[in-house]
Design a protein around this ligand. Structure first.
Ligand code: ZN
Length: 678
């Protein structure tokens, strides 16, 4: 049934789902170092009413936990948010005044970070409005703040860092996050958990994950557990309320057990139950609608134990899934026809079907600045014994790409209008395809020669491996086979991917490197390696792994300078494909034979170094574009209509809500926690 459904879906899809409907506005307001974006939820209308109902209840459960993260990020955050929202809505003074405007930016940053510290850097915001102004504003709207909170806002030396990781400090005492009550030291916290660590437990729970440490009335350290009836009861009770509503609409019987187990965990706070929930959750791969809802990642705790609350509701991206299933089904053809030496090919090759999901709502620590992939659960032994669920979030990736397309980057760094038009027409489509080829086939292709130790390439291993998968994708994105499979519309589209790839590897990815630094990250190194090797090859240099040189011809690709600006120019796309194939063959040889010296030579020659003059030029051009370094998403809004007996008859999805409007609505409709939770 499911397979038929997919096939039927596919017949109605245009070449790129992302090409459809695109007067959508992906970018919204900018403030401080933030650019607000929006994402679409394609495919929601194709869900059944039962599934829409499920999404509706799960997104209510997601939003109901919102206050928890504010309190976890700092014990004053909810109090400050309440008072500031009152000023924001009721203030009758001059709203164009520079104090008010500075206050408004502060409040938006507070919303964005779920607290008064930067969401990424963790440093406390500096208030650019005065204490006198704030006191007057509070008085004018009839709001109050405890006296102890004024220095928290205005004295930059107090609660400096949300999560302090500086070696040598007492990390617990010096972190403003609220996982430990004031006055508890790092040594006390560590001792508390060391004492409770069971000896030689092969399946240990993630101790301390869902609790706050406090000092009890006898001066002893104790845990306040996040659960119904415990800490954050008011919010967690609402989360459970909506999970119970969702239960009858679950996609599969397995999912019913998943939701049921999560409810049990929220009621008991028992971490063994949490492990059981995770095992059920990771095994549920059949459900179309899925979700994360819970205390999940521990980056916010300086000791890395206690987890912040987050939620995402999503459903399978049917178009992308159909695409990856096609590739997987043809895995052996791709393996047999790749340009690598026959000795390094797999006789029997199975592709994997990459799972792409569409996010429907983001909340807690996934809002507004989410990861674009999910790989959970985090428990080591659960992963070891039961595996994990790994997905990429297609509509968020696409929204980032669409927003970037409107950022001026393309215009600034692309050589001419014709190339820019090519990239705009086919860039998203071939980007998705390249990713699919990389994930579904590239990493799984090829084999090691008997006796080759998989760890031989050591520190160069991940760059070589990423280059191998990328080259597999580059080589095949230009193959007529993709046309035949209906995955590309013509033999022009691939050129968009080739141009963007070379442009990124040679020029634009440099904007992410600080002046004076080398390239360190494996994916960036791999792109640099491929682009620089191909550039050298095309320009007649003798390069490692290729026979002879191609001197004397017009180079297939070159860097040219116009009015002091450097651009990539591609003169011969077909030749470029040949070079990608040659490098793929060499990289596969290095991997299959475990040739450390060759891996090192390739990476050190082409992947690591940055040309300082070009780097300087690129950074200056980038700065002029005035782009915000951090981005986050405004959620869409779901509204249900109900029959007289309370059953959902329809769920409507809208996008138009402004950021402040959304934040104020969330505070009004989902502000379940009291201002003080201790
Ligand atoms: Zn990869």
């Amino acid at each position: 049934m499911k397979h038929l459904f997919l096939t039927a879906m596919l017949a109605t899809l245009p070449f790129a789902a992302s090409q459809a409907a695109d007067d959508f506005k992906y970018t919204d307001e900018q403030f401080a170092d933030i650019q607000m974006l929006r994402y679409q939820v394609p495919g929601f209308d194709q869900l059944s009413l039962r599934q829409k109902t499920l999404v509706y209840y799960l997104q209510e459960a997601a939003l109901s936990g919102r206050d928890i993260l504010f309190d976890q990020n700092g014990r004053y955050n909810l109090r400050i948010r309440h008072a500031f929202e009152k000023i924001y809505t009721d203030y009758r003074g001059d709203r164009k005044d520079k104090e008010f405007l500075a206050f408004e930016v502060y409040l938006k940053r507070l919303w964005f970070s779920s607290g008064i510290h930067h969401h990424y850097g963790c440093e406390k915001f500096h208030a650019d409005f005065s204490e006198v102004w704030l006191r007057n504003a509070l008085k004018s709207v009839g709001a109050t703040l405890d006296e102890e909170i004024f220095p928290v806002i205005f004295d930059d030396s107090i609660m400096q860092m949300r999560t302090n990781q500086r070696d040598g400090d007492d990390l617990v005492l010096t972190s403003a996050s609220n996982y430990y009550a004031p006055g508890i030291t790092q040594a006390e916290a560590e001792e508390f958990y060391t004492q409770r660590k069971p000896l030689a437990d092969p399946r240990p729970v993630m101790m301390g994950l869902n609790s706050r440490l406090v000092r009890n009335e006898w001066g002893l350290i104790d845990e306040q557990v996040y659960r119904v009836g415990g800490l954050y009861d008011a919010a967690l009770s609402r989360v459970v309320y909506w999970l119970e509503k969702a239960l009858p609409f679950a996609d599969t019987p397995q999912q019913k057990r998943v939701i049921g187990k999560l409810i049990e965990y929220y009621r008991t706070g028992d971490l063994r139950t949490f492990d059981a929930f995770n095992i059920l959750w990771l095994k549920d791969t059949a459900s179309t609608v899925d979700f994360v809802n819970g205390f999940t990642e521990s980056y916010g705790d300086p000791l890395g134990m206690k987890a912040s609350w987050e939620s995402i509701v999503n459903f399978k991206d049917l178009a992308a899934t159909a695409r990856t299933e096609k590739l997987s089904a043809n895995a052996q053809w791709f393996e047999d026809n790749s340009p690598v030496d026959a000795r390094f090919k797999k006789a029997e090759c199975k592709g994997i079907s990459a799972k792409v999901i569409t996010a429907a709502i983001l909340s807690g620590d996934l809002y507004p600045s989410p990861a674009i992939g999910i790989n959970l659960p985090n428990s080591d032994w659960v992963r070891r014994d039961f595996g994990s669920k790994s997905v990429t979030i297609g509509n968020l990736t696409s929204a980032y790409a669409k927003a970037a397309a409107g950022s001026g980057m393309g215009k600034e760094f692309t050589i001419d209008d014709a190339t820019l038009a090519l990239v705009r027409q086919y860039g998203d489509l071939t980007d998705d395809l390249h990713t699919d080829l990389h994930e579904c086939l590239g990493h799984g292709s090829g084999k090691l020669l008997p006796g080759t130790d998989p760890d031989t390439l050591k520190a160069y291993g991940s760059t070589i491996e990423e280059a191998r998968a990328d080259l597999f994708g580059l080589y095949y994105v230009a193959d007529p086979k993709l046309c035949e499979l209906g995955l590309t519309p013509n033999m022009e589209a691939y050129k968009a991917q080739f141009y963007s790839y070379m442009q990124n590897g040679l020029i634009t990815q440099l904007v992410r490197i600080k002046p004076g630094n080398n390239i360190e990250e494996a994916h960036m190194r791999n792109r640099s390696l491929i682009a620089h090797w191909v550039l050298a090859r095309a320009n007649g240099e003798k390069v490692q792994g290729a026979k002879g040189t191609v001197a004397g011809k017009t180079p297939a690709v070159e860097l040219i300078k116009r009015k002091g600006k450097t651009y990539v120019r591609v003169n011969d796309y077909a030749a470029l494909r040949t070079y990608f194939g040659e490098l793929l063959a060499e990289i596969q040889r290095i991997k299959s034979e475990g040739d450390y010296a060759a891996a090192r030579a390739l990476v050190e020659t082409y992947a690591v170094k940055v040309d300082p003059a070009l780097h300087k030029e690129v950074l200056a051009r980038y700065e002029k574009l005035n782009l915000s370094p951090y981005k986050g998403f405004i959620n869409p809004r779901y509204e249900a209509t109900f029959a007289a007996d309370g059953t959902v008859t329809d769920v409507r999805l809208t996008y138009g809500e402004g950021y402040a409007e959304q934040m104020l609505r969330y505070s009004r409709d989902y502000g379940f926690l009291p201002a003080v939770n201790e």
